[in-house]
Design a protein around this ligand. Structure first.
Ligand SMILES: NC(=O)C1=CN([C@@H]2O[C@H](COP(=O)(O)OP(=O)(O)OC[C@H]3O[C@@H](n4cnc5c(N)ncnc54)[C@H](OP(=O)(O)O)[C@@H]3O)[C@@H](O)[C@H]2O)C=CC1
Ligand SMILES: O=C1O[C@H](COP(=O)(O)O)[C@@H](O)[C@H](O)[C@H]1O
Length: 498
């Protein structure tokens, strides 16, 4: 993560500019960077799509995304916006794009950088990259970047094919693979907590930690994304990428320097050490679920199979859980439990690090019957916080112990507006720092890990779907994943307290 401002003039070419992601997340993030003064004076945003816009109507379309935000800033931003109507598969379009880029950049000077952002269906990543390469637009390498959204493939083989096409035209250093969780403030803070404090690192290992549980729960259902989600499911959509990245940040060794390759090398060490899930163990190391009808925050909601455009007999999982082991010196015998699901009681992401119990109970049993092992909870969202739970003596004549919490709350300590994940990630692309992006070997290793689970699940239809009610914490099989080890998922701290 660099600290310098974006200095060089740039062209930001947004493929899929007429789509949902561009409108909802990418352009608002760029506009926020502009409003906050993070962008240089000379830049252009060139939207590319087949939607029939011109410069003015594209601007109007984008404006709807900003509600009542500062109109002066918005019209100043629009001075930098242009639009190219094109089919991404049409080779001739890339010549026109080149001309438009050069016209816009005529006053930019020779330090101009270019970012090609693919907010397009994933099937178009490879064809667009190829055509950019053929049109000479992947050069100069040191000033041209390609940003790709997820999903990168739907299994190991398709990832390798897509990635090979991307890296035929662009070098690995030019490719920025988005995992938007890495742009979240609290996720970046995992490394700050671990490596900017001497307090935690000495106990951050198998000698003190009993297990780690990572929960990414969503209360929303599939919404209008069935077209994509029906072919993805929770394991591909969330575990293979976001939850894997969280696990890596918790488990990695300290990097020597805060540098893209150093950090990514340390994450790769974790990926290498993850114990492969062999097909015979899939049953005992994983759980899958699909939500049925239920209640969320007082509203009755339909089951997954009743959602628009979902197959009424769909086998797609909307919940996935894994138990993983990291076979290295630090983490031997410490299980990592990962779970994610849609239509759970609340939108909550947190990492719970449970420490081992004291080796000897000196207090009489009646005094510490509430005894709970110390745990550290990293609340990723929405109530961003770090919470340390430990045992204290209750005031009074009688010796009674009970748990208490030491809480650091982001909103209390940092009142300013935090940048959105996309703001942070775009900024990092513009300054050319790939620390918060996924390197190809990480993505490949993550696909390798989940592939046997995908294969076993595909080969054995889930006869019990739907197996959890909307508004619950998931299927019983997920409870068994921890119960078999005499452990349990805890209700996330943010949900307990609300
Ligand atoms: N939306 C989201 O919240 C998220 C999206 N993503 C990823 O971001 C990417 C974009 O997603 P999203 O914005 O939802 O998708 P959309 O379908 O909304 O946007 C894609 C845009 O590309 C256009 N397009 C498609 N094919 C062509 C073509 N051959 N030539 C020109 N234009 C074309 C589409 O036009 P048309 O409508 O005519 O097809 C549409 O305007 C995907 O990879 C997705 O997986 C990742 C995380 C979240
Ligand atoms: O990548 C994805 O993430 C969202 C959840 O992201 P968040 O920032 O809202 O926590 C998820 O809903 C979506 O299915 C998935 O594609």
């Amino acid at each position: 993560m660099k600290t310098q401002p974006v200095r060089n003039p740039f062209s930001f070419v947004l493929f899929g500019a007429g789509g949902d992601l561009a409108w909802r997340l990418v352009v608002p993030a760029l506009f926020a960077l502009f409003r906050k003064g993070h962008l240089p004076e000379r830049f252009q945003l060139l939207g590319v799509d087949r939607v029939d816009y011109d410069r003015a109507s594209f601007g109007n379309h984008l404006a709807q995304s900003f509600g009542d935000q500062t109109p002066e800033a918005w019209s100043a931003f629009c001075e930098h916006v242009d639009y190219v109507n094109a089919d991404f598969l049409d080779h001739a379009a890339y010549g026109r794009l080149d001309d438009r880029l050069k016209t816009g950049e005529s006053e930019f000077g020779d330090q101009t950088e270019r970012v090609f952002y693919l907010a397009t269906p994933p099937t178009l990543f490879a064809p667009i990259a190829e055509r950019l390469g053929q049109a000479g637009l992947a050069e100069p390498r040191e000033r041209t970047r390609l940003v790709v959204e997820k999903p990168l493939g739907r299994d190991l083989a398709s990832f390798r094919t897509i990635n090979a096409s991307l890296t035929q035209s662009f070098t690995e250093e030019q490719v920025y693979r988005i995992d938007h969780f890495l742009g979240k403030e609290t996720v970046q803070n995992i490394l700050a907590l671990r490596f900017a404090n001497p307090l935690f690192e000495p106990v951050w290992n198998r000698n003190y930690i009993d297990h780690v549980a990572i929960t990414v729960a969503e209360s929303l259902g599939v919404e209008n994304r069935a077209g994509y989600y029906e072919h993805a499911g929770a394991l591909r959509d969330m575990v293979q990428n976001h939850l894997m990245q969280l696990l890596c940040l918790v488990a990695m060794e300290p990097p020597v320097a805060y540098d893209a390759n150093d950090i990514r090398n340390r994450k790769m060490d974790v990926m290498h050490a993850l114990r492969p899930i062999v097909p015979e163990h899939v049953q005992e190391l994983s759980a899958r679920g699909q939500y049925g009808a239920g209640w969320i925050a007082g509203d009755k909601v339909p089951g997954y199979r009743q959602e628009p455009n979902v197959d009424p007999d769909s086998e797609t999982e909307t919940y996935a859980a894994l138990k993983l082991h990291i076979d290295n010196w630090r983490w031997q015998d410490v299980p990592f439990y990962l779970r994610t699901g849609k239509r759970m009681p609340a939108k909550i992401s947190e990492i719970s690090i449970r420490f081992k119990p004291v080796p000897h109970h000196a207090f009489p049993a009646w005094a510490d019957h509430e005894n709970q092992p110390v745990r550290l909870t990293l609340q990723i969202q929405p109530d961003e916080a770090i919470r340390l739970r430990f045992m204290v003596k209750e005031p009074g004549m009688q010796l009674r112990l009970r748990p208490a919490d030491l809480v650091f709350n982001y909103a209390d300590d940092f009142r300013g507006e935090s940048p959105s994940a996309y703001e942070t990630l775009l900024y990092e692309v513009l300054v050319g720092d790939a620390s918060l992006f996924m390197r190809a070997d990480q993505v490949e290793a993550a696909w390798k890990l989940v592939q046997p689970v995908l294969d076993v699940w595909a080969a054995s239809p889930a006869s019990d779907f739907p197996n959890y009610a909307a508004g619950s914490w998931g299927p019983e099989t997920a409870e068994m994943l921890t119960a078999r080890d005499s452990r349990s998922w805890l209700t996330p701290a943010a949900a307990r307290d609300s």
